[in-house]
Design a binder for this molecule. Sequence first.
Ligand SMILES: Cc1cc2nc3c(=O)[nH]c(=O)nc-3n(C[C@H](O)[C@H](O)[C@H](O)COP(=O)(O)O)c2cc1C
Length: 335
Amino acid sequence: MNFWNTIDRPIIALAPMEDVTDTVLRELLLGLADPGCLHVMMTEFVSTDGLVHKKARKRVIHRLQVTDEERTLLQEKNVRIVAQIWGNMPENYQQVVKEITEEMEFDGIDINMGCPVPKVVRRGCCSGLIGNPSLAKEIIRAAQEATHLPVSVKTRIGLKSVATEEWIGHVLETKPAALTLHGRTQKQMSHGLADWSEIAKAARLRDRMGLELPVIGNGDLRSIKEARDKCVEFNLDGAMIGRGIFENPWIFMEEQRERTKEEKLVLLWKHTELFDRVWGDTKNFHILRRYYSIYSKGFSGAAELRTRLMQTESINEVKNLLASYATSACILPTK
Ligand SMILES: Cc1cc2nc3c(=O)[nH]c(=O)nc-3n(C[C@H](O)[C@H](O)[C@H](O)COP(=O)(O)O)c2cc1C
């Protein structure tokens, strides 16, 4: 049942990102991914407190949605999907983990002990748990007791200062199924560079403790090659890529080159259609603007297209705009 021990090395994972790695983006990335370039995907983080409260649940449950189309691609591409949760109450973890195990089809559950946002840290959640190792361990054990699925942890190398060995020592005592380590402290937020030598320390500690779980490094990766190189250089089992997808949605493919205008526009349209199919008007259409700037660059007329895309309010407006930019029939929207 613990896929972490059986999947190929180096493990390449898509980082969980709030308001980004929903079922739509995951389906889009899965459609492009080549074999061996993507093994694990995580959902956006979901609040355990939110999930157990009837009213708040309605606002967060969509984060655990996996469409049938995504599910088919996960199987075809042999990629695992992990639900990421956060909170600070062990009893809520138990309830949520049980529900995810019994009623949803995830391959694993990941506990977020890394989000650095001051609002959640002040409440003792996410990377706030680095400052409270006994509660952190209680939470991991509560989750483990409630499921047969592998429970992993994603965290940082310290709270206000680097404390990799001390903090990770606590986490490893609970024998998580996998550990993802982002090479920055909470205080660093996303400033400076991730320190991969600290991530390597966690892997060495795992070895000294005689444990078998994979240690996955995270921070600032911009290509699969870089991810694989880091695994070799720092002796890690895997690497996780987050913001790299904003620069290059084709990142999980072996062939890396500048994409043509046609390829960019085809993906832009596919993304828009997918968003419309899954979310319709239940999610703000403007979320797509973040991606429009990725697709509309690097060709003549791109800046003007980008400006006009930023003004669109509906899928029909995007369709009409794209039709006027299409240079070959194959990229014209089909519906
Ligand atoms: C927009 C955004 C949302 C994020 N949401 C989450 C989240 O829900 N759960 C989590 O563990 N980390 C979250 N992160 C952190 C990423 O998973 C990752 O650790 C971080 O971006 C560093 O990796 P990168 O340099 O490859 O982006 C988020 C990051 C970004 C940029």
